[in-house]
Design a protein around this ligand. Structure first.
Ligand code: ZN
Length: 188
């Protein structure tokens, strides 16, 4: 398995809707294994294929909710249903999220509390997961990646200005920028 470079905001692959995967070939199996390795190396709780420069509709996740509960999996050609978003401003403490394609930054964003993920695993078998809270947030974040949407695109005005500043400061926002987990220590 290989740790892959993670593409940084500004590259078209992150801002373009991804294509369906279809059949999970051996090449897809290798990609998924590399994405899992990359996600753990980053470290992050989720990673979508466009973030490693591959415009395909798949993502992986791994989130330790508590001592006894590890959520992890592979979603190929996923569909996502979400509950209506609660009205009000996102809380800095409990609703801030980050993205490995905007490394080191976090901003608050209101997400739906509940989500239903329907997808296939590497074995091609369809499955469904009903998620709440942080897992539902992870699914929404990763699913957005497959539609060319970053969480930065969803931020309220003040936070959108904050992320734009950070992108300018770091010299991101142009094609071809990436970072390599374990080599470039960008994720704080
Ligand atoms: Zn992300």
């Amino acid at each position: 398995m290989t740790v892959l470079p993670i593409v940084i905001t500004g590259d078209p692959v992150l801002h373009t809707p991804a294509d369906p995967v279809g059949e999970a070939t051996d090449a897809i199996g290798t990609l998924v294994a590399d994405m899992i390795e990359t996600m753990h190396a980053a470290p992050g709780v989720g990673l979508a294929a466009p973030q490693v420069g591959v415009g395909l509709r798949l993502f992986v996740w791994s989130w330790q909710e508590d001592e006894d509960t590890l959520h992890e999996g592979v979603a190929i050609d996923p569909e996502l249903w979400i509950t209506p978003t609660a009205v009000g401003e996102a809380d800095e403490e409990s609703e801030s999220e980050g993205c490995l394609s905007i490394p080191g930054e976090r901003f608050p964003l209101r997400r739906s509390e509940g989500a239903i993920l329907r997808a296939r695993g590497l074995d091609g078998v369809p499955y469904e997961i009903e998620a709440h809270g942080w897992l539902a947030r992870i699914f929404q974040h990763e699913f957005d990646h497959l539609n060319g949407v970053l969480y930065a695109d969803r931020l309220e005005h003040a936070h959108a200005k904050g992320v734009a500043k950070a992108i300018k400061r770091e010299g991101w926002g142009r094609p071809g920028e990436s970072w390599l987990p374990g080599v470039d220590d960008l994720e704080g």
